[in-house]
Design a protein around this ligand. Structure first.
Ligand code: KIV
Ligand code: ZN
Length: 510
């Protein structure tokens, strides 16, 4: 059976989404889950971007055993050396070299003619092949590159030892038929093409990324690159879950499959959404909250008579299942552990104890603790950001005819207690002003969003903030049954990440 390889770039192209900034522990958590999902290749980052990015790629390289770990590199020796360093300890390392090939990029960005582009890429491939047995080469903006030049570049990359040649539609410009034809032409015209894999990498600027990726498969592509939930630069990348389910559901048409463990899709999607702070729209294909919901009476009637009237795939396929165990304040540790196992989490004793204590505290405030509540507890607990500041107490005074005021108490890493009071134009503003005074950090709140973790008046609120300081941006999350407390926790979480990030500031993006 024809296998389509899956190259996941959630940690690289996905992390280039505006406002997204994952730290090393978060990248590791996502990488472990991607491995569980069964992706063949994980692009862990761009090591030359900063020492922090290099360290994160190295952490992923050392942790992941089953998937190939890839580091991105421009076609220059310093970048290649950074990937060499970053992939030390990897079970199956691969370097991903790229150089732009389109006339627009050659003229305005690179200021190179075709020969210079060919020579630069060739030199990079020669240098990289001294150290790597697996090399992917990408012709950036291939979608707008002359087809004969693309053939020439591909032939050269094959001669110089590339094992995968990637044909990115970098700006999401092409129509499926055009994109598929590029693959057909390369397969037909390039000598030695049977020795390598051809890869498709699409962006969603015109909403065509999935359609284009599937057209590439029909044209002969062996590998699809994309991200979970389709996050990425601008309108994002191909959503891998969409490609995987299209191949699964329409096997009759495509005759090809991925080796993804499809039941891990829902969990992976949720984790990526939670850690990146990028909310999945309700109507998003496959992983949106409404993807399997049937609202109209006619549809519901059809579903009751025969599911396949309106359901082309089942929610169970992606790992969504009705939970039988409901937890409340009388549930014990054993039931709690069983429930987590049922949801796919096996925590060590220390983490289980901490999560159980949080669950008990929550169960005191809420009658019924839902699956979503548990996920919020468990998935927050998977990440331990060093706490330069810990929020100990918060007091807010508000009345619609008075100026809102807040008093916060933070505890530093050294154990010092700092208490500050401030006013603001709203309760959250007052809290944030008080935290600013206590932490001494000068930051700008670039984004603030709040959503309900589950349903009902007693639902927990999850707040997501993005803070910026001197051009660096970080995100933070906080969950509580009280939205003011959740707001304060998210802000303090972001401050802790900011301080951590200062030590390894990211500079460049591919
Ligand atoms: O979109 C693109 O061209 C890229 C390359 C670096 C492969 O992300
Ligand atoms: Zn891209």
């Amino acid at each position: 059976m024809r296998k389509i390889y899956i190259f996941d770039t959630t940690l690289r192209d996905g992390e280039q989404s505006p406002g997204v900034n994952l730290n090393t522990r978060e990248k590791l958590e996502i990488a472990y889950q991607l491995e569980k999902l069964g992706v063949d290749r994980i692009e862990a980052g761009f090591p030359a971007a900063s020492p922090g990015d290099l360290a994160a790629v190295n952490a992923v390289a050392r942790a992941v055993k089953k998937s190939t770990v890839i580091g991105l590199s421009r076609s220059r020796t310093q970048d290649i050396d950074a990937v060499r360093e970053a992939l030390q300890g990897a079970e199956d390392p691969c370097i991903h070299l790229f150089l732009a090939t389109s006339p627009i990029h050659r003229k305005y960005k690179l200021k190179m003619d075709k020969d210079q582009v060919l020579e630069t890429a060739q030199a990079a491939l020669r240098y990289a092949s001294k150290y790597f047995s697996k090399i992917e080469f990408s012709c950036e903006d291939a979608g707008r590159t002359e087809l004969d030049f693309l053939c020439e570049m591909t032939a050269m990359a094959i001669r110089e030892g590339a094992s995968v040649v990637n044909i990115p539609d970098t700006v999401g410009y092409l129509y499926p038929e055009e994109y598929g034809n590029i693959f057909r032409t390369l397969k037909e015209k390039v000598p030695g093409i049977e020795k390598i894999q051809l890869s498709a990498h699409c962006h969603d600027d015109l909403g065509l990324a999935t359609a284009n990726s599937l057209a590439a498969i029909l044209g002969g592509a062996d590998q699809i690159e994309g991200t979970i939930n389709g996050i990425g630069e601008r309108a994002g990348n191909t959503a891998l879950e969409e490609v995987a389910l299209a191949l699964e559901t329409r096997f009759d048409f495509f005759g090809a499959k991925t080796s993804l463990e499809l039941t891990e899709i829902a969990r992976t999607s949720r984790l990526v959404s939670r850690l990146t702070g990028m909310v999945v729209p309700g109507n998003k294909a496959i992983v949106g909250a409404n993807a399997f919901a049937h609202e109209s009476g006619i549809h519901q009637d059809g579903m009751l008579k025969e599911k396949t009237t309106y359901e082309i795939m089942s929610p169970e396929t992606i790992g969504l299942k009705e939970s039988k165990l409901v937890l409340g304040k009388h549930s014990g540790r054993h039931a709690f552990r069983e429930k987590l196992v049922d949801m796919g989490y096996s925590l060590d004793d220390e983490r289980l104890n901490e999560a159980f204590a949080k669950f008990k505290a929550l169960a005191d405030k809420k009658k019924e603790v839902t699956d979503e509540d548990l996920l919020a507890i468990v998935e927050l607990k998977l990440i331990d950001t060093p706490e330069e500041f810990r929020l100990e107490t918060i007091f807010v005074s508000y009345g619609n005819e008075a100026t809102p005021a807040a008093k916060v108490r933070l505890v530093t890493l050294a154990g010092d207690i700092i208490e500050k009071e401030a006013e603001g134009n709203g309760s959250v503003d007052a809290i944030y002003n008080a935290i600013d005074l206590a932490s001494g950090e000068e930051v700008k709140l670039a984004d603030y969003s709040i959503k309900s973790v589950s349903h009902g008046k007693d639902a927990q609120g999850e707040v997501h903030v993005v803070l910026t300081q001197n051009g660096a941006s970080v995100q933070g999350r906080g969950v509580s049954t009280d939205i003011l407390e959740a707001s304060a926790r998210a802000y303090v979480d972001a401050l802790n990440r900011l301080i951590e990030k200062r030590k390894s500031n990211s500079a460049i993006r591919a």
